[in-house]
Design a protein around this ligand. Structure first.
Ligand SMILES: C[S@@+](CC[C@H](N)C(=O)[O-])C[C@H]1O[C@@H](n2cnc3c(N)ncnc32)[C@H](O)[C@@H]1O
Length: 224
């Protein structure tokens, strides 16, 4: 797990940068269309760092390759970086529904999906995830990538668990939240949301789970 920056020495930071570089060079490279997307996000979007990025993108693609889902639900589209990574390994006939609340991102997302050649495999829904999750028939989704409002993770989780079929997977991003969640003294709405989510999942016998210390933390959850 990454330490909080304030506790890191310069040599620790350099060591970590070298390790990140080594990991990137020994994984599949980032496809040019995604490098271009990140460049466009850096130029045009507020908080461009919200894109999943090279390593996590390759991991998402690999997980889709392994799970072979028929219907993916992504909660929180942003620039559509992760959407495209998952679409890269999507089995024939499979589809992704991706939910984004910010309508100002719509044209950026449309261009990302079209440039990557996956527009016909993705349904973009501009809506609030909490509301949509209460209306959507979740029984046909076998993989969910959870990456929207961190304060609402516990609520998303309960809604997903009520509707997803047995055997479904949930991949929840940012579950280490910058290394803040293990410190019980730290409180803000996002940290409290992720911490409550992590406790909920850890104590839930309906699921198998593993929290991977990749990037900002990625929890893999399997509904029994
Ligand atoms: C971390 S970004 C998603 C990054 C993207 N999944 C990726 O990996 O490249 C989170 C996104 O969730 C969206 N979001 C926040 N609250 C939401 C809500 N209530 N419903 C739907 N989307 C929401 C934000 O607007 C933002 O674009």
């Amino acid at each position: 797990m990454k330490a909080l920056p304030s506790t890191q020495t310069l040599s620790e930071t350099l060591h970590e940068i070298r390790l990140d570089d080594y990991v990137a060079r020994h994984s599949d490279p980032e496809p040019p269309v995604l490098r271009e997307l990140r460049h466009r996000a850096n130029l045009n979007l507020v908080y461009p760092r919200m894109v999943s990025g090279h390593l996590q993108g390759r991991l998402l693609k690999m997980l889709v390759r392994m799970i072979r889902p028929r219907q993916i639900l992504e909660i929180g589209t942003f620039a559509a970086y992760a959407t495209i990574c998952m679409a890269e390994a999507l089995p024939e006939e499979a589809r992704i529904t991706t939910i984004e609340v910010d309508e100002e991102l719509e044209s950026f997302i449309e261009k990302s999906l079209t440039d990557a050649g996956v527009r016909d495999r993705v349904e973009l829904v501009i809506a609030d995830a909490e509301q949509l999750l209460q209306e959507l028939d979740l029984s046909s989704y076998d993989l969910v990538y959870l990456d929207a409002n961190k304060r609402q993770y516990p609520l998303y989780y309960e809604l997903l668990m009520a509707g997803l079929p047995s055997g479904a997977f949930i991949l929840a991003d940012n579950t280490l939240w910058g290394g803040k969640v293990p410190d019980p003294e730290l409180h803000d709405p996002q940290t409290d949301g992720i911490r409550a989510f992590n406790t909920l999942v850890a104590d839930d016998d309906r699921v198998e789970k593993v929290l991977l210390p990749v990037r900002d933390g990625l929890t893999l959850i399997h509904k029994r």
